[in-house]
Every structure is written in C-alpha cells, then in structure tokens.
Design a binder for this molecule. Structure first.
Ligand code: ADP
Ligand code: ASP
Ligand code: MG
Length: 458
C-alpha cells in the first residue's frame, strides 16, 4: 500500500480511506532480542512499524546479543541480581546494564533518561525483590525506550498479564484485563516476558517468553495477524546452526509448529501457539534484517506442502529405560505401575513408546536428575520384568509433517538415511497424530542424524 500513498488529489483521499480500513486491521508485532540489541536494530524496527499503520501494538524483548560473543541483557540481569542476593557489590554489573540502554538511547538521539528507573531497580535489588523481578526489567526498560521512540503509549505488562500466587499464568483474567485496557489505546508498547500477581509481585514466563506475551496481546484484541520478528527469515526446515542453509518453510500448521518447537526448534516459544490457535489468528515469522522476505505463515487449516515433511528438530540428553517382559500386553496395570514409580519420584517423562512385550520410557536428564538407579530398582521390584536396559546419552529427533499421513515410505526413508550414515536407532515412535516420527539415537550422532534426514528429503 505504501506505493499508492504517494499519489495526489482525490485519489489520495480514497487511498487514505483505504489505508484507514487497513489500519482497522490490527496487527501485533513482537520483536526478539537480537532485533532490539542496538540503536541500529531499533531503527530497522521503527521503519517496519511505521511502514504499516495496522502495526499498532508492539511487544519488545530485552536487548539481545549484538554479536555472537555478546551477552543478552536478560542474562546480565540474572547475573547482577545473583550478586545482589549474595550480598556482593553489584554496582558495576548494574552500570554495565545501564550502558547497554544508554547506548541505544544515545544512538536514537532520544532525550530520555532511565536514571530514576535504575535508582528504583538498584533499591529493589538491594532489598532482594526476586530474580523474576530482576529479569523482567530487561523488557520493561526496553519497552519504555521503544514507546518513547515511536511515540506510542507504554503499558506495563504487570498491569495486564496476570499470574496467581503460585506463579501460574491466569489466561482468562489476563484476556479480560488486557482487552479492556487495550481498547483505550490506539497504539501501545507492552513489554514481553512478564506479568504480575494481583498484589503486584512480578512473575516471568520461561526463557523466550516474550513470544507468549505477543500471542496474548494478539488474542486479546482479536488481531488479524501476529507478526513475530526475529533474526531468521522464517521457520526453517531445520536448525540453521546444524544444517547449512536449510530451506524455508512457507506455511506450517499450528500442530506442526508445536511439535517442532517442543522438540527444540527454538524460533518460537512452544507455548506461544495456544492463545492464538483458539481464535485462529495466524502467526507470521519475519526477519527484522530482511523485511522484504515474507517469512513463514502459521495457519490452522491443513495445507498441502511441496514436501512430504515440513521440518526436523531435535533435543539432546535423554535416558531411555527399556523394559521387557513376555506377555506384558496382557498384564493388567503394568504401565500404571511404571508411571506410579516415576510419579512417586517426582519424575515426568517425555515419551512412552510400547510394543507387544516391551515398553520404553524416555526421560530428559534434567527431569531424571540422579534417580536412574532407584527407579530401575523399583520397577524391578514392582513389575518383575524380564529385563530393564538403561540407554543413557540419547538424543531425540522428530521429523514432522502433516503430509506424512498420506505418503508411504516416510519412516523407511528416515531409517535408511540414518543407517546409511552409520547411526544406530535405539528407539522409534510414531505419534498417534501421524504428523511426527520420533527416533532415539546417541547424543554423539545428533547433528549427523539431523543432516542425514534433511538430505534424504531435499
Ligand atoms: P528472538 O530473540 O528473536 O526471539 P530466538 O533466538 O528465540 O530469536 O529464535 C531465533 C533463532 O532460532 C534463530 O536465530 C535460529 O538460530 C534458531 N532456530 C532453531 N531452529 C530453527 C528453525 N527450524 N528455523 C529457524 N530458526 C531456528
Ligand atoms: N528476554 C527473555 C529471554 O532472554 C525473553 C525473550 O527474549 O523472549 O529469555
Ligand atoms: Mg525467542
């Protein structure tokens, strides 16, 4: 539309009405840390927002890395607060954080001071306000700068994103408060990543959680589109840090995205899908450094892909317990016993593929901690299995695609690719949704395995 705006006279009025119509199509734009790491990046972001009037609500992350060895402001805040909590002098650490913001403010030529904010933060750190509060300041301060830069209203997320006393997110009340508040704001900046309890105690989402805030804002105003701006030109078929120059995915369903992001494709926080999925708001992943690229569109309806598979993702550091017992399938309550043992040990599991006489339990090492021996002992005692074999140092790779259900030979193609690369498959599981084939291989084979599967389908 920007090309029509230059026309004069009557046509201009018509164009303005047209643009007005577009403006009523509200979009929410979320920018990730690397998109806001410096004044240069802020300028790109400003241009993107100003290019479309419909981009009315902005959700910023904290400043991320400016170069690969740099530190994200969020991590600086965690570090600074840890020092404060230990009763150490945290003056320098806090000054380094302030410098990051000052550099942005200066680079943008803003007459805007964060002195008072930093004084409040210093006091609260000294009074041990909590690491959630500490981390949230990254987005809070960046949001203030963004609002000043754009001339948009600043709305503190603590006002509109609600958690309960246990720190659990409250979706319904958040939606109510947020939509009521945003009705009063034509344009606004709402910092990502955090919210607060009714009493005002700040609580953050898990890392990468600004994606969730963006989705909440989009849902609360029933946006036409949720644009998620990052540093890659969309969702790629595989992690670009593992596969060299992977192909971009043009369209992907919420379901596929959820599988891929859950399995480690960290482009979008796995929980960011829920708020928009229910209201059918599409998500568009875009690149701040290449705004002309259309990116990836995430939609609800099933779509045909040029490829059988949509993407590949994976995670490392799992342990697989493989339990064997003949006639297991006819024994009542066998799996329940296993699950009870896990539950009593406070261990949640990832996956539980089973065969006629075998069942495997896949547990991430961070959940398992050091409880392998106890759990194996208890399973032996309670279930009297023929054997329990423990496979440590495992990686899981998920090959995902709605097209798989209609295509023969996908699984065999995956297995052949892995075999030809000399990789042992320890576990296979096809999700009941038929959009996901999961394989368990050794940690050491992880990158080789992802590359092998990628090549087999490209
Ligand atoms: P932001 O700070 O903008 O939220 P993130 O770092 O959270 O960005 O996510 C973008 C990064 O996700 C990319 O830089 C890339 O390294 C990584 N990534 C992992 N898997 C994929 C994938 N399948 N497609 C694109 N990016 C991926
Ligand atoms: N700044 C937070 C993080 O680094 C949240 C986010 O970027 O989404 O995890
Ligand atoms: Mg992110």
């Amino acid at each position: 539309e920007s090309s029509i705006v230059t026309v004069h006279g009557k046509l201009e009025t018509a164009t303005q009405n047209y643009i007005g119509g577009i403006a009523r199509m509200k979009k929410v734009v979320k920018f990730g840390g690397s998109s806001l790491a410096s004044a240069e990046q802020f300028k790109k972001v400003g241009n993107i927002i100003r290019a479309e009037e419909s981009r009315r609500y902005v959700v910023p992350s904290a400043p991320g890395k400016r170069f690969s060895a740099d530190t994200k402001v969020t991590d600086m805040l965690y570090g600074c607060y840890a020092a404060a909590e230990n009763g150490e002098d945290f003056t320098e650490k806090l000054a380094a954080i302030k410098d990051r913001y000052q550099e942005i403010i200066n680079g943008l030529g803003l007459k805007f001071s964060l002195d008072e904010d930093f004084e409040v933060i210093r006091k609260n750190f000294a009074e041990k306000a909590g690491s959630n509060y500490a981390a949230s300041r990254g987005e809070f301060l960046n949001g203030k700068i963004m609002a000043a830069y754009l001339g948009f209203e600043f709305i503190d997320a603590a006002e509109v994103v609600r958690f309960d006393e246990n720190g659990d997110f409250q979706s319904e009340i958040t939606n109510e408060i947020m939509s009521a508040r945003l009705k009063k704001a034509k344009n606004a900046v709402i910092p990502g990543f955090y919210g607060a309890t009714e009493e005002g105690r700040v609580v953050t989402f898990s890392r990468g959680g600004s994606d969730i805030t963006g989705a909440l804002v989009a849902a609360s105003i029933n946006a036409k589109l949720y644009e998620n701006w990052t540093d890659v030109s969309g969702f790629l078929m595989a992690d670009p840090r593992i596969v060299n120059n992977p192909k971009k995915i043009k369209t992907i369903t919420y379901g596929e995205l959820r599988e891929l992001s859950y399995m480690g494709a960290s482009v979008l926080h796995e929980e960011a899908v829920f708020p928009v999925r229910t209201s059918g708001i599409p998500i568009n992943i875009r690149n701040t450094n290449e705004p002309e690229n259309e990116g990836t569109l995430i939609v609800s309806n099933e779509i045909k892909h040029e490829n059988t598979i949509t993407g590949i993702a994976g995670k490392q550091n799992f342990t697989v317990l493989s339990i064997e017992k003949s006639m297991m399938n006819s024994e009542l309550g066998f799996c329940r016993k296993i699950l009870t043992i896990l539950e009593q040990n406070g261990v949640s599991f990832e996956n539980m593929p089973s065969g006629i006489d075998t069942v495997s339990v896949v547990i991430s090492d961070s959940n398992l901690k050091n409880k392998t021996e106890i759990i194996v002992e208890e399973i032996k005692r309670a279930c009297n299995p023929d054997s329990v074999v423990v496979y440590p140092n495992m990686a899981l790779i998920a090959t995902v695609g709605t097209g798989m259900a209609y295509t023969k030979g996908v699984a065999s193609k995956i297995f052949t690719a892995l075999a030809e690369s000399d990789i042992n498959i320890r576990m296979i599981d096809q999700g009941s949704s038929e959009i996901n084939v999961l394989v368990g291989i050794e940690n050491d084979d992880f990158e080789k395995g992802i590359n092998a599967i990628y090549k087999a389908f490209n």
